[in-house]
Design a protein around this ligand. Sequence first.
Ligand code: 0O2
Length: 266
Amino acid sequence: MIQKMDENVTNIEETADEKVNTDTTMNEKAVEAEHMEAEQADPEVEQQDEEAGDSAASYLPLAADQLDLAKQYKQMMLIYEAGIRQLTTKLQILNREFEQSNDRNPIENIKSRIKSAESIAKKMERKGLPMTLSCLTNNIFDIAGIRVICPFITDVYEVARMLLSQTDVELVQVKDYIREPKENGYRSLHLIVKINVFFSDGMRQVPVEVQMRTIAMNFWASTEHQLRYKKDKVITPEMHARLKKCADIMADADYQMQKLAEEIHF
Ligand code: 0O2
């Protein structure tokens, strides 16, 4: 089954690569056509026009090709959306099951998003990757993203354990920014997983990034993100230090809450 899926992916990728190559040819054709239009008085150029077809005809395949690429992109996004749905359902089921036996929820909130085309393009540029669909699917694994917010640190690891114990969820990468926070104080558990999703033409393994953190960690990350979002505002080193201090306060609150939970056998 996996073999079959890989074949599917390869086919899609090859098609995407072909499209990009064709794009270049088409763009060259379009430039050529513009050049021809400007020089229509020249009989020699008119002769070339006949060989290449008229300029309007040269534009038509370009539009069709771009439409095809846009269609492939939309199809790809539908696949990621399905990955999000599948994974969200799994998390909701685990949450409900845990609630039944423990009288409380290990998941406070689940949010999801598909990375915007602009963010994808920026990330590809930052990584020096060519803008092709195959490059995108092979290198960017956070197109589908889910954020899971838990009350306690132990909940984060317990939910992650329950999710990863499922046979149709494959762990691809772990970044544990709770055990090893980022220099600026960012804390979160990042998992890249591949989840099996069935479509009309077979099964695909869809990569999804799962960010898991406590309410306190999320409070810091969300507010810090808002502060950083305005690119024209300067954050001084002194402000960075204060932000880091806030992150440490949140970490201490998490630690105290965890201790209290253990003391009252939560
Ligand atoms: P958005 O809008 O959240 O998607 P890699 O993917 O491994 O090549 P990357 O992308 O640097 O490298 O991975 P990393 O650092 O593990 O995770 C990136 C994501 O984590 C970010 O996504 C944020 O969501 C979150 N994140 C990481 N560091 C910080 C931080 O310091 N503050 C906050 N608030 N969030 C952080 P994007 O791509 O930035 O955007």
